[in-house]
Ligand binder design. Sequence first.
Ligand SMILES: NC(=O)c1ccc[n+]([C@@H]2O[C@H](COP(=O)([O-])OP(=O)(O)OC[C@H]3O[C@@H](n4cnc5c(N)ncnc54)[C@H](OP(=O)(O)O)[C@@H]3O)[C@@H](O)[C@H]2O)c1
Length: 287
Amino acid sequence: MFNSEAIFLKNKKLGFIGAGNMTQHILTPLLADNILKPEQVLVSNRSAQKLQKLQDKLHITPCQSNEELLEKADIIILAIKPQDLYEALEPVLAYFEPRHEVISLAAGVSLKSLSKLFPKVNLLSRVMLSTAVKIKQAVIAYDFMKNGNFAQSADEGAFSVKALFSPLGKLLFLKGDQSFRAFTVGAGGGIALIYELMIYWQGWLKDYEITGPMAEQITQYTFLAASQMVIGDNKPMEELQQAVTSAKGVTIEALEAMRASNLEGQLHHAFEQARLKDVQLSSEFKK
Ligand SMILES: NC(=O)c1ccc[n+]([C@@H]2O[C@H](COP(=O)([O-])OP(=O)(O)OC[C@H]3O[C@@H](n4cnc5c(N)ncnc54)[C@H](OP(=O)(O)O)[C@@H]3O)[C@@H](O)[C@H]2O)c1
């Protein structure tokens, strides 16, 4: 089956530096859907064992070193932890050439600081995504620089980013480090935060003689329906909430109790803690 993404990427070699979770989450659906062919995908990794596992699973081409990967690939995807990024790149910076396009997945590492590392690279993108890429339901943010200048609109390029990531969810062109930080918390880590709520939800149901599996299903379908009912509806969230809440019913009691207990303040505090950790991680990335 051919699609526009596969056609755009057809003659490109992609090089993933890092064979960890993200690389696996991204490659599994793209290879399964024939958007990429295994022979187009090169991967290098610090430990040989993990690379071998990925090769066994996805039949990608392993590279013995990051130098080898840079020699062979056109699009370089930086899929390593922010704290390991500089150490990984420093020995191979001289191998980056204008023919390379670089896409960084590293959370908290700004485009500006990346651009200082790759002065010869013409197209440099930053992509932030959640693990929901593996079910092709992620929300994915990207920004890019072309010839050393920040892109002002999505139309200016980054076609590889669009071809690689739009099949994996909802792709959004996002500007600014502050926005990326908020996105990292709300979307990158968002699923784990929602899971925390789901754990309380099902736990409460279990307190009232609902069996474990049934409590889990009630919770899963309630969260699924809540999302599906708002997606594509352009009304404000408050209006949609009112529409499913009777003025003198049961639900309003819970809502008022939530508001009185300052749940908003507690969530705000939690989100800010995560945002500050992102600030700390980015400062650990040596420029
Ligand atoms: N996972 C997520 O949900 C998520 C979400 C948003 C963004 N991200 C971003 O995606 C990137 C990858 O995250 P991840 O979760 O996939 O991390 P991960 O599972 O820890 O994978 C990182 C991989 O990088 C390899 N590595 C480290 N130094 C290297 C070097 N010098 N050369 C080659 N490979 C090297 C590691 O090798 P070893 O085998 O030696 O450990 C490891 O396999 C990070 O920058 C992260 O911020 C991740």
